[in-house]
Design a protein around this ligand. Structure first.
Ligand SMILES: [Zn+2]
Length: 192
């Protein structure tokens, strides 16, 4: 199910919303404008007076009248690695191999045991084998150079990383907010 991309009044992407969340926002009068295409039609109850059934069209993009301004820094989930693997495109940053989720792990470039921090800049996707070989060493010590520099995603990058089945019209807006150097610029939307 496609999620709706929510923009603040300054048309900055702020969050994804399910259709149920969108119905709630609509009922609270918080939807300022619907953009993009209708992705889903919700049928509500029948009116007692007219007998007509209420209908709500769920748009791919909606401007909410809420002046929420997302912070620029995105927290790194403590346990869940989905976003980390997505950032690194399911590629081990040591051997360059593509792996399934269960074969991947979170590697601390500078090991935790030696004062390394659990931060975006210090974590890399590693296949279990590379992680085991590297052990408690730095890439230099293990002679395992990183294939890419681990970066902290900005909010728009986070939106791309957490989006499910991102549509073309949504990606167009997100791309406009990605840093020029973002490796996520090249991501192809799931739905054209
Ligand atoms: Zn590897």
């Amino acid at each position: 199910m496609v999620h709706t991309l929510l923009l603040n009044p300054g048309t900055r992407p702020i969050a994804w919303a399910s259709w149920q969340e969108l119905v709630v926002l609509h009922c609270r009068g918080l939807i300022h404008q619907s953009l993009g295409e209708v992705v889903f039609r919700v049928h509500g109850g029948y009116s007692r007076e007219s007998g007509a059934r209420s209908v709500m069209d769920i748009p791919s993009i909606a401007v909410v009248s809420e002046a929420r301004h997302p912070g620029d820094r995105v927290p790194l989930p403590r346990r869940e690695n989905r976003e980390l693997y997505r950032r690194d495109r399911w590629t081990c940053l040591y051997c360059g191999g593509h792996f399934e989720r269960r074969e991947l792990s979170r590697d601390h470039v500078h090991p935790l045991s030696r004062g390394g921090e659990d931060r975006w800049e210090n974590v890399a996707t590693a296949c279990r084998r590379c992680n085991r070989i590297k052990g408690g060493r730095t890439p230099e010590e293990a002679r395992m150079p990183l294939l890419a520099v681990p970066y902290p995603p900005v909010h728009a990058e986070w939106m791309v990383l957490t989006g499910r089945d991102i549509r073309g019209d949504q990606m167009e807006i997100l791309r406009a907010h990605l840093p020029r150097s973002s490796p996520l610029r090249g991501i192809r939307p799931r739905v054209a």
